[in-house]
Design a protein around this ligand. Sequence first.
Ligand code: NAD
Ligand code: MG
Length: 396
Amino acid sequence: MSMLKKQRLCILGATGSIGVSTLDVVARHPDRYEIFALTAHSQIEKLAEQCSRFFPQIAVVGSAEAADVLSLLLRERKLSQVQVLHGAEALCQVASANECDSVMAAIVGAAGLPPSLAAARAGKKVLLANKEALVMSGALFMDAIRSSGASILPIDSEHNAIFQCLPAAYDGQPQSHGIRRILLTASGGPFLHREISTLSAVTPEEAIAHPNWVMGRKISIDSATMMNKGLEVIEAHWLFAMPPEHIEVLIHPQSVIHSMVSYNDGSVLAQLGNPDMRTPIAYGLAYPERIDSGVAPLDLIKVAKLNFEEPDFKRFPCLSLAYQALNAGQSAPTILNASNEVAVQAFLDGEIGFRMIDQIIARTLDAFSSSPVDSLEAILAADAEARSIARSVIAS
Ligand code: NAD
Ligand code: MG
């Protein structure tokens, strides 16, 4: 073990739910990993604390003011050797730096696209949690991975499970590997069985209270609308070159099976585990090895039951909207993602009710005819336009 060359990591979004879980796994293996860079948007105290435990070369924050605060906190902690940078360009710089081997892409939302893509273009090992980045830029992102010789390891638990259940030599051709379908499991979130007529009155706190997972606010709301599963259908399409009609969503309220692959011979392979993101994170970090993640072994006697049901597309219109955007292709997934981010933020800010989220997305999608998006600039332009339309829908 001591012969191992340490992997140098950049963690984009270090202060978030995935970032913190990643550092928890890293701390268990000081012989394997060292931190090159940590980034955070506004939780500066938390970032300073992380710097004093993991000694990054560089720390990146959102603004010049935040950088001043961080520098001060680092001086107090006698950590002036940590270089402090700020802004979107600095995120791309650390994600593509020569000193870095692997990038954990764990920023939430569209803000994560430029640095995640920079890591892909620079040939890094990309640990992808930031699903919105891939949803926005599908073909462009996967092309960047292929042409730079980068690798992509899915961190989203479902995609990590599918990755584990696919043949090792899987080359993006489901037919030639005898793959019938991907079964993407979904807990159904906090409103799986709630009376539909009461949904318009739910509060952000009720929507964030996920039955099985503790996550950031945005993905928690996406889980309540099931847009999270919709984004994951699109994510699976790009990661595994899987046609939309081969991706099936299955409600599984216990979140013990993280997803499955169904083969032509009748076999179904599943990956199981306690719902704790440190398992897929550890798998991504050490792949193809398996290391301790701190997650307790699964107690199947205690789990006792695994239930399944069909998703209800009427209860969860966001799921249909995501399939619709995937089938429309081109800029449609970018527009879906942008309008969802705007609608979720408006819901969290108390501007709109829960049931307005899907209506805003549907109306934004309707306002566009899908157009080709073959550069980062074109994607960011479609994203910006969709945001402004979604905001005007909210205002009307
Ligand atoms: P979070 O809200 O807990 O953390 C988000 C991180 O992104 C923070 O470190 C924050 O500082 C940073 N950030 C936010 N806005 C930024 C901006 N404009 N510029 C730069 N940095 C910014 O979110 P999370 O739950 O950790 O999720 C992160 C990503 O991982 C999301 O894309 C989410 O869909 C995905 N994901 C999360 C989970 C989970 O269990 N939390 C599971 C699967 C996938
Ligand atoms: Mg997931």
